[in-house]
Design a protein. Structure first.
Length: 216
């Protein structure tokens, strides 16, 4: 008896079940993040399973232009971030970029972002690599977020230098990470999954002093 092909709906349902079974790199810190967050001062959370794609393409090449057409643009220089709102592209090097998009953009959930990027690159020199499992995302927000980061990051984080919409590769507590300032008092931190627990605990410790009533 011939087998019948799975419908797109059932395939997507299976993919969503697989996603639901995943454990994020900092899942074990969820309760500590909630307990350590100080409303109106500094708060931390994990944003798990974002779609992340590494791109390599020479600036100005036909491949770069096609990739930019998919993402809504490629950043032009160090620290720059481009994109179309839902999809953001962070500059990592002259020909290297990190695409960050919502979870549902991943092809395993029926999203077409990664296949579209592969099609745009075609056979030209460059790379489109799914890095979604390579990193996790921490979100640090509040008026004390910058002060927390300054305890372990060598970048000048003053707002006149590190403006909203800027992202750099750096180290936080000696852990390599990408730091993206998404708003005046909000940051996204992308550590590799293997460093997530260490960095998460370091950030919690750095936040702890602001829980004291003696710290205004």
């Amino acid at each position: 008896m011939a087998e019948t092909a799975a419908s797109p709906t059932s395939a997507k349902t299976n993919a969503e079940k697989n996603l639901a079974a995943r454990v994020s790199p900092a899942r074990q810190l969820a309760d500590e993040f909630a307990a350590g967050s100080l409303a109106g001062t500094v708060e931390i959370s994990e944003v798990p399973f974002l779609t992340m794609v590494g791109l390599r393409a020479l600036a100005g090449s036909a491949a770069a232009e096609r990739l930019a057409g998919v993402t809504g643009g490629l950043p032009a220089g160090s620290g720059a971030v481009a994109g179309n709102g839902d999809v953001s592209v962070l500059w990592l090097g002259p020909a290297e970029f990190l695409v960050v998009a919502p979870t549902e953009a991943h092809e395993s959930l029926g999203g077409d972002l990664i296949p579209a990027l592969r099609d745009a690159l075609g056979g030209d020199a460059g790379q489109v690599v799914d890095l979604s499992a390579n990193r996790t995302t921490f979100e640090l927000t509040g008026p004390r977020a910058r002060a927390v980061l300054e305890k372990g990051c060598s970048l000048d984080l003053h707002p006149r230098v590190f403006k909203a919409g800027t992202a750099f590769s750096t180290e936080i507590a000696n852990i390599p990470a990408i730091l993206w300032k998404t708003g005046d008092e909000s940051f996204r931190i992308f550590p590799r999954a293997s460093f997530a627990e260490f960095l998460g605990r370091w950030l919690l410790d750095a936040m702890r002093e602001y829980a004291s009533p003696e710290v205004p």
